[in-house]
Design a protein around this ligand. Sequence first.
Ligand SMILES: Nc1ncnc2c1ncn2[C@@H]1O[C@H](COP(=O)(O)OP(=O)(O)OP(=O)(O)O)[C@@H](O)[C@H]1O
Length: 317
Amino acid sequence: MSAVGYPAALEASGLSKRFKTVDAVSDLSFTVPQGSITGFLGPNGAGKTTTLRMLLGLVRPTAGSATVTGVPFAELAQPARVVGAVLDSLSLHPNRAALGHLLVYAAAIGLPDSRARAVLALVGLEQSAHQRVGTFSLGMRQRLALATALLGDPQILVLDEPANGLDPEGIAWLRDFLRAFAGSGRTVLVSSHVLREVEQTVDRLVIVSEGRLVYQGGLDELRRSRQGRVLVAASDPATLAIALAATGITDAQVLPDGRLAVTGAELDTIAAIAHPAGVRIFGATAEPVDLEQVFLSMTSGRYAAGYPQGQAYGGPR
Ligand SMILES: Nc1ncnc2c1ncn2[C@@H]1O[C@H](COP(=O)(O)OP(=O)(O)OP(=O)(O)O)[C@@H](O)[C@H]1O
């Protein structure tokens, strides 16, 4: 249940899945609020697909529960109208045309043929309606899979690694599409193992590593919780580092190009410390936070400290 009293679009509570000797997912809890675009991030094998399959009632959890709009998927009266999913490359009949494929699926969930044409237009494939699917590029297949998920006009979209195989133009198209979809109050959960792929699309993140939660919260919160570095070209970087350390600014590293990379201080402060130490500053560049690096450090177990306050954190491994 969300803080304001209506159910989350998707919710995992203590979800665990063990395959024989493999703990694919361990005690995983997170929420996907309605109206959000939530990125589900983790390296390959982190348990993302298994978790999505549990949310959609395709895999039975070993422990814990998963709900869609507050109820288990199996209890949804009209699941196709609530949640649409693209989990793996659709098994497509190569000789069937795109429209023909959609007509079969539309009929299966009791929708009129006009809906098949409408979703084809939504994903920009109307020109290819009569083209055989066997001749489709990977990007076109992804769009057709998305069109299939959209047939029931669902409130929630769940996409597993939809950017795989897309060129930059395809990724930009997907970003615009998902934003428009969520702009009308609907919800998206999109998985990826590359934060950069979804960074411009999502507003929230759920990050998993080895089946466990390592972060859930806002993308901006995560960015704000990390400080960028100031790269300083100075007459004597070592002396400057010592002078900074004497004032408590201890995170300063000399880079291979001779500049000093300082974390935790603004340039004005650094300059004010350099001057009395007899160090001249020739130039400085502010380096923004590289979220991909933050993500990699969180999921490789090397990250040491500084998790945002109040965020769920699965603990060091
Ligand atoms: N049916 C299965 N039987 C046995 N092991 C499985 C099964 N499905 C997944 N696993 C294992 O569970 C772990 C998590 O896999 P999962 O596919 O959920 O991760 P993922 O984060 O989606 O990774 P990827 O991006 O590589 O698909 C892996 O170690 C995987 O080998």
